[in-house]
Write a protein that binds this ligand. Structure first.
Ligand SMILES: [Zn+2]
Length: 336
C-alpha cells in the first residue's frame, strides 16, 4: 500500500490521507524550493497540484533543483513541463497541472481558482507581496519559504488568524538592495530543508492539524547551526490584513516591455526607490559577471545577456527574447 508509512503515523492516519487526496495545492515557482515541495507533495498523495513557472531548465539549476537532469537541459524544457514528466512517473494517481507563465497581478486570479493552499517557491519579494494580497483577499493560506547562501526562512500565513507579510515589512525591499541567489549563492542543503519544512506545514494544514502549524517566523543558518523562531506581531495599521487594501494585486501595470530594434527587454523597478549602482556593483564582484559603471548607469555582462541598469531601477536586458525572460534575469541578478 503506497501510503502505509504515512497512514501508520497516527497523527495522519487514514482520515488524514483522505484529506490529502482531496486537497488542491498551487506551487508558485519550480526551482530549488518548488521541485522539493512538488516532489514531497506528490509522493505524499496530495490529490491535485498546479505548478506555475516562467523559466527553462539550465545547467546551473542542477546543483539544487532535484527533479531535473542533464537531458532536460539539453532539451531546453520549461521547468514546469520537466517537473511534470518526473512527477507523473513517481505517482501517476496525482492530477498534475503545469502552467508555463509569469505570475503577476494580471495572471494570478486564474491561477488560484479552486486552490486550498498556496506554496511560495519563488525567488523574489514582488511575487510574495502579490501572493500575500490574494491570500488575504480571497482567504487562501500561503506558506512562505526563502533561501539565500546557507540561510533560510519559513512562515505560515493564515488569513484571519495570523499577521500577514505586510505586518512584518510594509513593502518589498528596493530593487538591488538585497542579495539574490545569483549574487550570494545558495546551498542545496538549505533549499532541501526549507522545501521540506514548507511541505511539512502543508501536510499539517491539509490534514486539519492546524494547532500544530508554525505560528512564528523560522530562521535558520546551516553554516552556523543556528535556528531562531521570531514572533511577528500583527500590525493594527497593516494596509493588507487590517485595511483590506490589496495594492500589489490591484495594480495591473506590467513592469516589463519589449523594445524592438535593440533586441532588448526593458524591466522597470517594481518599487520607486533609487538603486545604488555602486553597492550593486560591489555585490556582484564575487560572481563571474563583468561590470562597468559610469555615473549614469551600470553595465553587467552576464552571458548571454548584457544588462544596462539605471539608478531609477530601470534595466535594459539585451538578448532576452521574451518579457518573462527579461523579468527572470532582472530578479536573479538585480533582485526583485
Ligand atoms: Zn498584515
Amino acid at each position: 500500500m503506497r501510503y502505509e508509512k504515512q497512514t501508520n503515523f497516527k497523527e495522519i492516519g487514514h482520515d488524514g490521507q483522505e484529506h490529502l487526496a482531496k486537497s488542491k495545492v498551487l506551487v508558485i515557482g519550480c526551482g530549488a524550493l518548488g521541485t522539493m515541495v512538488a516532489n514531497n507533495l506528490v509522493r505524499a498523495g496530495i490529490g491535485y497540484i498546479r505548478i506555475v513557472d516562467r523559466d527553462y531548465v539550465e545547467l546551473h539549476n542542477l546543483q539544487r533543483q532535484l527533479l531535473f537532469d542533464e537531458d532536460d537541459v539539453q532539451r531546453n524544457l520549461p521547468k514546469a513541463i520537466a517537473a511534470k514528466e518526473k512527477l507523473s512517473k513517481i505517482n501517476s494517481s496525482i492530477d498534475i497541472e503545469t502552467i508555463v507563465k509569469d505570475v503577476n497581478s494580471t495572471t494570478i486570479y486564474d491561477l488560484i481558482q479552486g486552490i486550498d493552499l498556496i506554496m511560495d517557491c519563488t525567488d523574489n519579494f514582488q511575487t510574495r507581496y502579490l501572493i500575500n494580497d490574494v491570500s488575504y483577499k480571497f482567504e487562501i493560506p500561503w506558506i512562505y519559504g526563502g533561501v539565500i547562501g546557507a540561510t533560510g526562512v519559513l512562515q505560515v500565513f493564515l488569513p484571519g488568524e495570523t499577521p500577514c507579510l505586510r505586518c512584518m515589512m510594509d513593502a518589498p525591499p528596493p530593487s538591488g538592495a538585497v542579495p539574490t541567489c545569483d549574487t550570494a549563492g545558495v546551498l542545496n542543503t538549505v533549499t532541501g530543508i526549507i522545501g521540506s519544512l514548507e511541505s511539512n506545514e502543508a501536510i499539517k494544514y491539509l490534514t486539519k492539524a492546524k494547532d500544530k502549524l508554525l505560528r512564528k517566523m523560522l530562521y535558520l543558518d546551516l553554516w552556523e547551526n543556528t535556528l531562531e523562531k521570531i514572533e511577528i506581531p500583527l500590525n493594527p495599521e497593516c494596509p493588507c490584513c487590517q485595511g483590506q487594501e490589496y495594492h500589489f494585486y490591484e495594480n495591473k501595470e506590467d513592469h516589463a516591455a519589449f523594445l524592438c530594434g535593440i533586441n532588448s527587454v526593458q524591466v522597470s523597478s517594481p518599487t520607486e526607490e533609487k538603486i545604488s549602482l555602486e553597492a550593486l556593483e560591489k555585490r556582484l564582484q564575487p560572481t563571474n559577471y563583468r561590470t562597468k559603471r559610469t555615473p549614469y548607469l551600470l553595465k553587467i555582462y552576464a552571458e548571454p545577456y548584457e544588462i544596462t541598469l539605471f539608478p531609477d531601477g530601470r534595466a535594459l536586458i539585451k538578448n532576452a527574447k521574451t518579457l518573462e525572460e527579461g523579468k527572470t534575469v532582472y530578479a536573479r541578478i538585480i533582485g526583485n
